[in-house]
Design a protein around this ligand. Structure first.
Ligand code: FAD
Length: 347
């Protein structure tokens, strides 16, 4: 009884998936693409050399045009930049952006749509997938074949291999820390991809105004962005207060590092929510991750276990963080951090 089903699947897979063309939902800021979009382009390149890659940029104002120029010349694998100019896309609201993806897919019939799995992609992709009647695959960390992917499950404690057998488009959100950032090739600047404006006259506006942008609050900081930093210094509940947490910030300052925190530290009000690392926070994979007074709960490990070198300081020798640490120090952070601050040279 399984043979006819297999045949049916094979027939569908060869006819539906013959041509690979990828659309990347691009994020831009201040006239250039965001780092995670460059990771998404790297991921799209894993789909195969014969796949063509288009980038979709939307928004309003002069910085959009600058970002489009950056997109067109950022890598030779980009074959086209699609530009959707409208005030509707000034802010990252899921409703209008999902309708835009639906329209662009109708015009371009892409085999794949990829976004980074940050808050922007996580907000838009599922809604767009519902409109397109396909099932998205989230948090992909490896592309083995054009329709075979690896993604973490159970807070990163197991890896699941998923084969996509649905119809086009195959929609993916990729974990940007798992893909290298593309590096600009010399010829891409002199030979930029064409920029085409999307005709928005037929966009389905039904339900677009269901949500409304109010404001965005961001923490002004000179420190590197947590998601892309080479070094992350994280503090846990053991810091005991916002005042004490400043020690972690000073250490980060000296090392040119980003500051991270556990959910317990965030919930206790020591630092703002955007610094949370973990399953329900940011996913990081820096070259060096230093954890002070962090127990190593699975939900925290889910956000940092792919770091290249992990250093943990905890006064409990049995703390689970030591199971993933490359270097561990059983000690009191209130002694260790001041000593590090004293002995480390000024930046
Ligand atoms: P604790 O577990 O209280 O650990 C404090 C550690 O500090 C202990 O190991 C202790 O030995 C050590 N310590 C105490 N004093 C000192 C000292 N003076 N010097 C050195 N060490 C000391 N957590 C996250 O971090 N990120 C998430 O995204 C996240 N998502 C979650 C999602 C869900 C659905 C749930 C249920 C939980 C989630 N959590 C998350 C919470 C998680 O389960 C833990 O409660 C949290 O990570 C613990 O934070 P902590 O390590 O700072 O605190």
């Amino acid at each position: 009884a399984t043979i006819p089903m297999l045949r049916a699947y094979k027939r569908r897979s060869t006819s539906t998936f013959r041509y690979l063309s990828t659309l990347i939902l691009a994020e831009h800021e201040g006239g250039s693409l965001k780092a995670q979009t460059l990771n998404a382009i790297a991921a799209a390149n894993y789909l195969g050399k014969e796949s063509s890659i288009s980038l979709l940029l939307a928004g309003s104002g002069p910085s959009l045009q600058e970002a489009a120029a950056h997109a067109a010349s950022c890598h030779p694998s980009i074959s086209k930049v699609l530009l959707a100019k409208s005030d509707k896309f000034t802010y990252p609201l899921a409703e209008p952006w999902a309708k835009l993806l639906q329209l662009v897919q109708k015009i371009g019939s892409y085999s794949h749509i990829i976004s980074a799995s940050g808050s922007f992609g996580k907000n838009i992709l599922p809604r767009a997938a519902a409109l397109l009647d396909v099932s998205p695959i989230s948090d992909v960390i490896k592309i083995s074949e054009p329709h075979l992917f690896v993604r973490p499950i159970y807070a990163g404690n197991a890896l699941c291999t998923v084969r996509y057998v649905g119809s086009n488009p195959c929609m993916l959100s990729i974990r940007s820390t798992s893909f290298p950032m593309i590096s600009m090739a010399a010829d891409s600047k002199s030979n930029p991809a064409p920029i085409d404006e999307v005709d928005l006259s037929t966009i389905d506006e039904d339900g677009i105004s269901k949500s409304r942008y109010i404001q965005q609050t961001t923490q002004e900081s000179e420190r590197p962005d947590l998601g892309n930093a080479r070094v992350v210094i994280t503090g846990g509940r053991a810091l005991k207060s916002a005042e004490n947490f400043k020690m972690v910030e000073q250490l980060a300052e000296k090392l040119g590092a980003a500051v991270g925190a556990t959910r317990a530290a965030v919930d206790a009000g020591y630092v703002p929510n955007e610094l949370q690392v973990g399953q329900t926070g940011k996913i990081v994979a820096p070259e060096l991750y230093m954890a002070f007074g962090v127990s190593g709960a699975i939900q925290h490990l889910a956000g940092m276990r792919d770091s290249k070198v992990i250093v943990a300081v905890n006064k409990d020798a049995d703390a689970p963080i030591f199971q993933v640490a490359d270097y561990g120090l059983v000690g009191d952070l209130f002694e260790v951090i001041p000593e590090l601050l004293e002995k480390m040279p000024e930046k």
